[in-house]
Design a protein around this ligand. Structure first.
Ligand code: BEZ
Length: 158
């Protein structure tokens, strides 16, 4: 079942890159007591994600945070090393790069995307959420294109 507005984000153990290497985090720890924009991409370094989706959030990060957002989090079904390298390449220092290496978050949210036909395995759908204290306030899923989940759309919604 797909997560919907009003639902709490399930508790999932994930990774970010810390100063000493991969660091364990949980959705609970990342989201509790905060207003967060969480966006997901089908794959680090893929053209749409690198050329359009991520750059929008990098460009608009300050404006998004000025609307009362504590953190912007980007997640993808990629390992923590790839997510860290992609974040560096994208100058995404104001964005938390959250590695969902096993696809457990995508699965728990009901937002997996089967790209096995393209030899990419099972990934995450492209989406953006506004999450307040762990509860989904807005969920925009793009089954095609990068319209509903763009930084510009989320900025307008905030
Ligand atoms: C993209 O361009 O964003 C993309 C390409 C292939 C698979 C998934 C995403």
């Amino acid at each position: 079942m797909t997560i919907k507005v009003g639902d709490k984000i399930p508790s999932i153990a994930l990774q970010v890159m810390g100063a000493e290497g991969p660091q364990a985090v949980t959705t609970d720890g990342l989201l509790a007591g905060k207003k967060v924009v969480l966006f997901a991409v089908p794959g680090a370094y893929t053209p749409g994600c690198s050329n359009t989706h991520m750059p929008g959030f990098v460009i608009h990060a300050d404006k998004i945070k000025a609307k009362g957002v504590d953190d912007i989090i980007c997640t993808s079904v990629n390992d923590v090393f790839v997510m860290a390298a992609w974040g560096r390449d994208q100058n995404a220092e104001h964005i938390t790069m959250l590695a969902d290496g096993n696809g457990e978050l995508a699965e728990a949210l009901g937002l997996t995307l089967d790209l096995t036909g393209a030899k990419l395995g099972v990934r995450s759908k492209r989406y953006a959420m506004i999450v307040n204290d762990g509860v989904v306030e807005l969920l925009n899923v793009d089954d095609k294109g990068i319209e509903k989940s763009s930084a510009e759309t989320i900025l307008e919604a905030l």
